[in-house]
Write a protein that binds this ligand. Structure first.
Ligand code: AR6
Length: 171
């Protein structure tokens, strides 16, 4: 699997699947989640509601992932995952790593060859960017997957620089 970095907006990525930093409700929110639902149109939310009514009555658990259509977006699928809220008193790194591993498993099941990831948990959920970059990059590099390209899409240059440094260190 090739790991690439770009600075930009994940909703504009022409890849097979983009990953959404969702919350357990799957019913939308701010940040990446808000942008995906706003630009992708109501079809995504309709599928999310159907998932809540069927498989995920109690919500999508933290660290798990599930796919829907990408609606009007250039990608074909959105893979929704729920990152952990950062905590200084409890190590939740395994849950953040799980988001990447489970998203890649879903991508494999879909047959997605190219997948774009945001920096899950680094916005509203307050995970420090350098630590999140280390966890995300090492987890993806160690994952067994048929995905050809895993692309990290960083919203601002500061985040891009941190991921770039971490990738040079571990890649
Ligand atoms: N493209 C790429 N990255 C983005 C974009 C974008 N369009 N928009 C924001 N980012 P966040 P979380 C970056 O808050 O921390 C929502 O309300 C952003 O700068 O989207 O996992 C959900 O519903 C940050 O670095 O996700 C949940 O309730 C990163 O994406 C909660 O926020 C993740 O920020 C999830 O919080």
């Amino acid at each position: 699997m090739k790991l690439t970095l770009v600075q930009g907006d994940i909703t504009e990525q022409p890849v097979d699947a983009i990953v959404n930093a969702a919350n357990s409700s799957l019913l939308g929110g701010g940040g990446v989640d808000g942008a995906i639902h706003r630009k992708g149109g109501p079809e995504i939310l309709a599928e999310c509601r159907a998932l809540r009514a069927s498989r995920y009555g109690g919500g999508l658990p933290v660290g798990e992932a599930v796919a829907t259509t990408a609606g009007l977006l250039p990608a074909r699928w959105v893979i929704h995952t729920v990152g952990p809220v950062f905590s200084r008193s409890e190590d939740r790194s395994h849950l953040l790593a799980s988001c990447y591993r489970e998203s890649l498993k879903v991508a494999d099941a879909l047959g997605a060859a190219t997948v774009a990831f945001p920096a899950v948990s680094t916005g509203v959920y307050r995970w420090p960017m350098d630590d999140a970059a280390r966890i995300s990059v090492t987890t993806v590099l160690r994952s067994e997957s048929n995905v050809r390209e895993a692309r990290f899409v960083l919203f601002d240059f500061a985040a891009y620089e941190i991921f770039d440094r971490v990738l040079r260190e571990f890649g």
